[in-house]
Design a protein around this ligand. Sequence first.
Ligand code: VG1
Ligand code: CO
Length: 539
Amino acid sequence: MTRTVATQPYTDQKPGTSGLRKKVKVFQQLNYAENFIQSVFDVIDGKQGATLVIGGDGRFLNREVIQKAIRIAAANGFGRIVVGRGGLLSTPAASNMIRIRSALGGLVLSASHNPGGPDEDFGIKYNIANGGPAPEAVTEALYARTKTIDRWLTIDAEDLDLDALGEVSVGATTVEVVDPVADYAALMERLFDFAAIRDAGLTMAFDAMSAVTGPYATEILENRLGFARGTVRNGVPLEDFGGHHPDPNLVHAHELYETMMAEDAPEFGAASDGDGDRNLIIGRHRFVTPSDSLAMLAANAHLAPGYAGGLKGIARSMPTSAAADRVAAARGIPMFETPTGWKFFGNLLDAGMATICGEESAGTGSDHVREKDGLWAVLLWLNILAARKQSVDTIARDHWATYGRNYYARHDYEGVDSAAADALMRDLRDALGTLPGTTVGGLTIAEADDFAYTDPTDGSVSSHQGVRILFEGGSRVVFRLSGTGTSGATLRVYLERYEPADGNLDRDTGEMLADIVAAADAIAGIVKHTGRTAPDVVT
Ligand code: VG1
Ligand code: CO
């Protein structure tokens, strides 16, 4: 029943920040998805009889690739395959499923915040036994394999009914279709005080952005926590996310923003992305930046039962603001600065060195799984609001008055010509040695480097993770190229300015960052290299 299919390698299957992401049309090429999945199985050991988790964010192509993946996994000797009903598993729920089923790993089918549909994006990511994204050693071996692969294995079997719970056999493999929500919801009930949240009687709006968190949010927020019906908006996962970018930021979730800024706004607003691992937090009349959210969650996490014992440490990606560092310093716990991408947090979490992690791109999570987790962040915020009996705005102001405020923004230049973006980064790197000591628009550069990270648990080194320009006084600009896009290059410029607790805590972010924005262009020649005079997206 096992069949070997001859194939030719593709040269472009290099995983990026979070798996392989390409246009749907690219994934629809002959053997394209099959090659990548078989390459995963060719580089991992221990498949015989092992359990594999498969699930995705429901976007266009999800079901089709899942059917293929099941047959390939069966042909490669997996004993059991656990699939979410309808082919759905949010990224954090997939991570949890891998852990509770002691699986060897999992295939997470998603292009996350990228749009979906026949002309948009698809993605495949492999997660390892700890539930987290494969580390670089694995993705490098995988990429090498995709360049030499000459066959993939499959089993002659009919498509499975992905909508029927229960077990069926595919060859010698048992395939189990499971409720994608139940185990995840149970985990959330263990971490958070659901009774206190219910009793607080808060009002909220949650935008699932027609993506995977709809069923999770409806079950947890409306059914279990008693929020009013209709609290979850856009709660039905759609293959094209209704034609929108399922990216929870002020640009793509502007309707939620408008709701939260209105006179009659609910007390709490949140949204999450295509695969459910990101979060957007907006209180009534108060947007909280993801970097601030990480710091505020870390400072208050002990108010939730799952974190009552305190935090072992905090980790953040390098471009994330240093707001959380001040919390770590005040608590006397370690702070870790990693490259962009959740895969770098896995070792710290496994080693018990960090409890909470976060990224400026709206990802926050903890050691409960090995992925960032959108609804987890929402529930931790709700637990904190219920415990403190204060508004988001009051909690934010109180936080800044204690630790100071890191004004922060990210400017994205999308669809930039790749050669131009590479030239900009090359010129920046070439100038690193001469920048310190120079003054740009009144700001003096104290340090400039190309961020490299040495993992404290295994000593592995990741270089060229973004150019940092540190100004005297604690302001900073970071430049890096996105590793999740599917056309051209995206230049990300991260801007940050620190105001101490007795400084200007209530000013407009754009105003506070204006001189750093000007300096960023002067240093990197953004206009000169890209021809762009303004960013496409400011978050
Ligand atoms: C972006 C974010 C990064 C995040 C990654 C995956 O990567 O900046 O912080 O980990 O997306 O998030 P990049 O390389 O485009 O900057 V998700 O929710 O798209 O899996
Ligand atoms: Co995501």
